[in-house]
Design a protein around this ligand. Structure first.
Ligand SMILES: Cc1cc2nc3c(=O)[nH]c(=O)nc-3n(C[C@H](O)[C@H](O)[C@H](O)COP(=O)(O)OP(=O)(O)OC[C@H]3O[C@@H](n4cnc5c(N)ncnc54)[C@H](O)[C@@H]3O)c2cc1C
Length: 602
């Protein structure tokens, strides 16, 4: 039988391979092979795709490949800090990935490419003017085809790329092991949600048993609070997901705010949300809090208390030491305000609603919070039980980057997933988690999210994705590697579809040029594909990799602190790897961060 000959053989019909084939197919004879029986099946993907690359390639997605439109991204920190980022960069879709991959392959076939599924490239050998590749359909007898150019668009495995000598091996540190469920119902806001955090619950921060917590209908000591009970937090009423207790011996900080009769006893590393003149709102370790003294021009820290918005608050009371603070008719001398009166705080404390001008008054109102000075701040040695309650926050150990994600889909569905550094899935002796799997942590994340806890799971799968640096070389004579096979994947969130399409298009244009100029040497392919890639997408990826390394070095406290100092508008810059401004803000409130960050940022 005569050996089939092509100008180019593409191994893999994912977004990289199909994009490449679409770009070259009008001019070159193209064969695309894929070992899967059906293009795009099975789906192992969060299915999120930003609009930028699709628009850049002049494509318009047909309706059937889109599950839902995305208007922005929400980043949630270890203690529930939220930053919402909406701009051109965050517009996109959650796809129907099977339909999307099939649509991309169809675009290529319409331009003239041939696609052959259930056909695996099993071996390759160099010949003078190209390669001979051994293909096998199912378990049939293998056969050979010849091509001037071979393109590895094989995804993570990169079997053929390795056979010709590319370093496609992944270090465990640069691979995330992922697990994902498709779940419903989930009420979403058309935002991609990314959850970050390091530590396994329970965290090390706890309160003494006499510390009172405002629950619905009552105020009670922390050790009496039960799972499921709603407690007042900075986010409003939130159900308690878990409670914990432990023995503690060490320093305790007791804080009594200006308008409340309650005193909280906190371990010194417990984080408290405070306001001060210099840094505004931020998280601070209890042991580092400074007392705000009336008349001292506002130096020191103020505690932040949410102004209740709901009706069910008859049991909540604040003390007002003098009627001079309030509008006539609300309280008597040395009285208090409680229940529904609190809903009118802004009216009652008229004149105390601004920041700096009022910091000498012991309290003021700002951004729907009462900012209270500290009446008493004492430290003491303590030995006994301490307690913690969790109403969101940390859920997964050691792992900082795109810890968990929720990608919304149509019909109240969502892809809910987790990625964990593959090196952590080893035994404890090797620094790993000893038997824990990504699914263990995903299940825990879901349990801690009341909106997901009762949702059904329709689809359940695992996968691996590269989150390290791109491969050190993408070309050889008559050979190119593109997409995830070349480790062209975003190190922060593991997204690789857009990068695969970008590389597919760039490599396609380089291949056309090589075809016209009859020059498939590695130098030529480097000049027209690898070099421009490294100067554009490669530079962005390098910044994102640096950001990932920074995030991995931070503990939950630091991560919380940084997220609470970053404005929504700064997130765009941080995600692009431009840290200078936002980092300066974060370091101003926590000088000890400077060491970690300057070591990393150079
Ligand atoms: C759990 C998970 C969630 C993800 N979520 C997202 C997300 O939300 N957004 C995003 O952008 N990215 C996501 N990714 C990454 C994304 O799926 C990949 O980066 C993307 O598919 C890369 O496209 P590609 O064309 O390079 O490779 P692939 O899509 O992996 O395609 C490679 C193709 O090559 C075929 N192949 C491999 N070896 C051979 C061979 N020897 N012979 C023949 N065929 C072969 C395979 O069958 C496959 O079809 C996720 C990955 C995982 C694991």
């Amino acid at each position: 039988m005569v050996m089939e000959e092509y100008d180019v053989l593409v191994v893999g019909s994912g977004p990289a391979g199909s994009t490449f084939a679409r770009v070259v197919a009008e001019e070159m004879e193209v064969l695309v092979v894929d070992k899967r029986k059906q293009v795009g099946v099975p789906v192992r993907c969060g299915e999120g795709l930003g609009a930028r690359e699709v628009v850049a390639q002049g494509l318009e997605l047909p309706k059937h490949v889109i599950s839902t439109e995305i208007v922005g991204a929400k980043v949630v920190g270890p203690r529930g800090e939220k930053i919402v980022w909406k701009d051109e960069e965050t517009k996109g879709w959650v796809l129907e990935r099977k339909a999307f991959d099939q649509w991309l392959a169809e675009l290529a076939t319409k331009k003239g490419a041939r696609v052959r599924v259930y056909t695996r490239a099993i071996d390759i050998k160099k010949v003078e003017d190209g390669y001979v590749v051994k293909l096998q359909h199912g378990a049939d007898e293998p056969y050979e085809v010849k091509a001037r150019l071979v393109v590895s668009a094989e995804g993570m495995e990169a079997h053929i790329a390795r056979k010709v000598g590319f370093n496609a091996i992944h270090s465990l540190y640069d691979v995330d092991t992922c697990y994902e469920y498709e779940m419903a119902p989930y009420n979403h806001e058309n935002l991609i949600e990314l959850y970050f955090g390091n530590n396994v619950a329970p965290r090390g921060y706890c309160l003494t048993p006499d510390t009172e917590i405002i629950a619905k209908n009552t105020v009670k000591p922390i050790n009496a609070v039960k799972v499921g009970e709603e407690v007042l937090t900075l986010k409003g009423w939130v159900p308690v997901a878990a409670t914990s207790e432990r023995d503690y011996e060490g320093k305790i900080v007791r804080i009594t705010p200006f308008l409340l009769n309650h005193t909280a006893g906190l371990t010194e590393d417990h984080l408290v949300y405070v306001w001060n003149k210099r840094n505004g709102f931020h998280w601070k370790r209890a042991g580092e809090i400074k007392r705000s003294i009336r008349g001292s021009h506002g130096d020191g820290d103020y505690l932040v208390f949410p102004i209740p918005k709901e009706e069910n608050i008859e049991h909540i009371q604040i003390n007002v030491p003098s009627s001079k603070y309030v509008k006539d008719g609300y309280i008597k001398e040395n009285g208090y305000l409680r229940g529904k009166q609190l809903l009118k705080l802004k009216d009652i404390f008229k004149g105390y609603e601004v920041g700096n001008g009022r910091v000498n008054s012991g309290f003021f109102l700002m951004d729907n919070y009462i900012i209270m000075g500290i009446r008493k701040l004492e430290t003491e040695h303590y030995k006994g039980k301490v307690y913690d309650i969790q109403s969101g926050g940390s859920f997964c150990p050691f792992f900082a980057v795109h810890n968990c994600w929720i990608f919304p889909k149509a019909d109240k569905k969502a892809n809910v997933g987790i990625g964990i550094g593959a090196h952590l899935l080893t035994g404890k002796k090797r620094g790993g988690l000893d038997g824990a799997t990504p699914r263990t942590f995903l299940d825990r994340f879901i349990q801690e999210h009341s909106e997901l806890r009762d949702a059904s799971i329709y689809n359940d799968f695992g996968g691996v994705i590269s989150v390290g640096a791109p491969m050190d070389s993408f070309v050889k004579d008559n050979f190119m590697v593109i997409g995830t096979a070349a480790k062209q994947v975003d190190p922060i969130h593991g997204g690789g579809i857009a990068l695969a399409m970008e590389a597919g298009a760039l490599a396609g244009k380089a291949a056309l040029r090589a075809f016209y100029e009859k020059n498939f040497t590695s130098d030529f392919l480097y000049k027209h594909y690898e070099k421009p890639w490294r100067e554009t997408a490669g530079k962005k990826m390098a910044k994102r990799l640096l950001l990932r390394k920074v995030l991995e070095k931070l503990n939950d406290d630091d991560l919380s602190h940084i997220l609470s100092t970053i404005a929504d508008s700064d997130l765009n810059q941080v995600m692009k790897g431009n840290f200078a401004g936002p980092v300066a803000k974060a370091v101003a409130g926590r000088p000890q961060l400077l060491k970690v960050l300057s070591a990393l940022l150079g």
